[in-house]
Design a protein. Structure first.
Lengths: 298, 298, 298, 298
């Protein structure tokens, strides 16, 4: 079990008379990620709404700000109880066993054009034994050939671009790995979050993006960027790719400051709470999800 | 009200020992589209599962076929009770009023890269008064500049390609219109179906693809390809773009024959059942949907 | 006739032990552009070579610099004697009359993918009467829909990107116009230069890029970016697109400062030397060129 | 020395009233490729022009055909005297030694976007020792990862597409290899031709495309498609990529039949004329070329 205490501080100058924001900065609430305490502070006196996704537990804060400065500060602490598994037993699932809810994570999406990556994925990974270790090989391949380089990509950069540019930031690593997995019919999705233990040489603490891959019926964590132990990820949003889970979606004209994030790990050895570390076991932090489909009687 | 009776006949030669199929050929069940009668026949003696999406009512047939010929025949009749509205009163919704479920239809998707279409959409449509008639102008713009040309596009063709190629089939028209709407923050989604009354010069009856745009809180039908009256569409699937709603997704090696479709309209004037026609009112056939989000107490 | 006196000052910090440079900063020598005086100064004591293209008169300075600072200063004055023509008499040439040397300017190139722009070019301009005014319409179309925005494009930006981005700098305007002309089988090429009279709101004097289109057997000047009168352009290089005529091609690792350019127009009314102005006549500054082909006896 | 006798038969149905054609089906005349005999037959009674490129010796046939059938038949025999070299002595040239005429073969072109391939080329080949064997490694890499598949590519397919599709025909293999060489500042160009000894499993004799790479001051032959011994290539055209050297460029509306080609090798052992074979030595068939540049006195 890990406990992480963190704060996220966002600051904007709103240029329009009013401007709509949708934030995804509150940690998701699932049966594996429990919020221990939290507070939210918004510098303008305004009404806001908070929504939670029924199945994935992601939380969305919607508000309409007025012209002038806007500051949003979230502080919280979460406890994450990872499911761990021996990688050797984790299987890629035949399509006939996949839950229908996982299918949208096999299909191509804006930044993960798996339909175009089939030939490449088969050339590089087609001959390997399916399972956790093939997915790990994909992660390693992406990590090895891609340089982590701030500013090398932007909001329209996709997996195909990253493949050719050989450079990107965490979301680009994630998109390329997701695209390759889907090209092999392996469900893969995008997790946004903040994380503990990032390599400080890669700059100050920032939002992070990971990959989840479905193996043997459960979503397992992978981080192709390799900048931090997956165990230290606090889940904010879950989606097909970065199009779904921006930490802030802004409908209007603003000047943004760089987000300021802080995170620390709490340790309580007596109660089984440890520092996040790199781990040889497969890790899953996804909670139980409610299916959007029901089976009809034959 | 319209009543449509139709059949869909699919034929494959399965080359692998087994092959997984997911079909989306049964009409969706919603409170605006009621199935009056139906039958399904599968030429191989095998088990299959049928699933229904809780919210949109789309139905998915999953089966694993064996090597050799496979024929799937669906026959059914549906009654569709369209909501009609005066176009002049239909407004584009401010983001602050959008249901959160609609947001994924504002974000870019595989074939509708609205993030790249912002400059174009603003150049062409930015100065127009928001509302139904702006959306209609987008539909007309797509229709006028795109040539309907069988074989001019393929499974990787996206809205950007269609923009440049000036040619495509119904799904390409739909992708381009959806991309442009989203670029203006107007929720737009993809509907697959079969339809009555298509221009026979465009070839035999085939699957069709339409657009739905959210205006004043409801999804309205648009057909940028212009080949058939939207009133005659039978809804099969609803999604972000064609990646989500193929009529058949095949995981394995097969030879496919062209689908064979037949459709006829039933008329019962006494009971208010008429032929599908082009109509000057705005039409909606989307049923009530269950939100995937719930609002949390402030 | 115009006379322009100008200086170009380039400064680099060479990081490698040695670094090869090819500069194209000396004005081309043609029978329409005469060099009146010039000087070249290179801050490192090194040998260099100057080459001239036999046909187009472009000059190339090649040198190998050592680690440390490198400054190259060119100062010169040229006299340009434009050919002027009544636009109404200028015809697009049938392919059967085109010189073979012009064909490479009909074919697609790196940044001007005219093969992909055929449908668009025909949709927008196909119905217009061929001739100078159709080319002018293309220039206006590019100018109107593209925003001049420093930093909006880069070294891999092509005509297709500019078409979609609706923004760029002078080279992007030129690429899009060239691509559209070629898509209609009109020979069009890229001219790099410096120019007099640029709109100062677009920033300090910088290198510029123009378009030349062959009409009635001669290359005429067009500036789709509209920032300066074409009459004030000093030709440096001529090529298919920006790939051919960079002002500096650097093979090695350097830090570059922004180029510093100055230009002034000399007036000598008695001798027919005037200020460069916008002119309603078609202007050509291309010299006589030597064909690379010779006709064989039938 | 090899001697090859061949015929090329092209057939069209011209749909427009007149239609311009430019053919590049006559073998180039260079000091290494000598035409021994030839004949040309054109089914319509019309005037035509033949041009030869001064430097590369490529020949271009221009004619304007009338509506109706058009058949063009070329028959000829050539003798090719290859320069052979020990691969181990062939060096990549420093930029400071490159002839300026070679620079346009270092720059990116329509189908060989070397500017986008720099990161990839450095990742895959950057650590290898420069020279013939590095170029051979590039050839092998392209050959191994690309499937020869008729119909898998088209007239807009570029090196970037082939990189991702892992499939193509000879011109696509050539474009990818050229793009990678240029990305490493190695001059590389495109040769079109017909060739003797192609693997018959790849279909009937067809036009072929090869690569030439400049090493130690001379252009050497490489065939990344691997379908035939480079020694058996008859050079038709030489250019930056396929945009420059189509065997037929058609300006108008026609229906084309598949070209019909025949080729046989003549052997005359006494006079040193042998069958074309795969050879371990580096082969060059490029003639002496006239520079388009002249050096100016310092």
């Amino acid at each position: 079990m890990v406990r992480l205490k963190f704060s996220i501080q966002l600051a904007y100058q709103v240029l329009d008379r009013t401007c709509d924001f949708i934030f995804n900065i509150q940690p998701a609430c699932t049966d594996r990620q429990r919020v221990l305490a939290e507070s939210l502070s918004i510098s303008q006196p305004l009404a806001f709404q908070t929504f939670m996704h029924d199945s994935e537990g992601g939380r969305y804060l919607r508000l309409q700000a007025h012209a002038g400065p806007l500051e949003v500060i979230y502080q919280g602490a979460v406890e994450i109880d990872h499911h761990m598994e021996d990688p050797a037993v984790l299987r890629e699932m035949p399509v006939s066993d996949l839950p229908l809810d996982a299918l949208c994570y096999v299909y191509p999406s804006r930044y993960c054009q798996s339909d175009k990556l089939r030939a490449l994925a088969n050339y590089e990974f087609g001959a390997m034994t399916p399972g956790y270790y093939r997915v790990l090989a994909i992660q390693e391949w992406v990590n090895r050939r891609t340089r982590f380089l701030s500013g090398s990509s932007g909001s329209t950069t996709s997996a195909l671009d990253t493949l050719i540019d050989h450079a990107g930031v965490c979301r680009d690593f994630a998109h390329l790995m997701i695209g390759l997995c889907r090209a092999l019919n392996i469900p893969a999705r995008f997790v946004s979050g903040i994380d503990y233990g990032a390599d400080p040489s890669l700059g100050a603490t920032d939002f992070h993006a990971y990959v989840e891959v479905m193996l043997s019926g459960r979503w397992y964590l992978f981080d192709p960027s390799g900048v931090a132990p997956p165990m230290g990820l606090v889940r904010l949003g879950t989606g097909r790719d970065a199009a779904d889970v921006a930490f802030a979606t802004v409908f209007g004209s603003v000047v943004s400051e760089s987000p300021r994030l802080e995170i620390e790990a709490l340790v309580d050895v007596e109660n089984g709470v440890y520092l996040p570390v790199y781990h040889h076991q497969a890790l899953s932090s996804a909670g139980l999800e409610v299916s959007a489909f029901r089976e009809l009687a034959g």
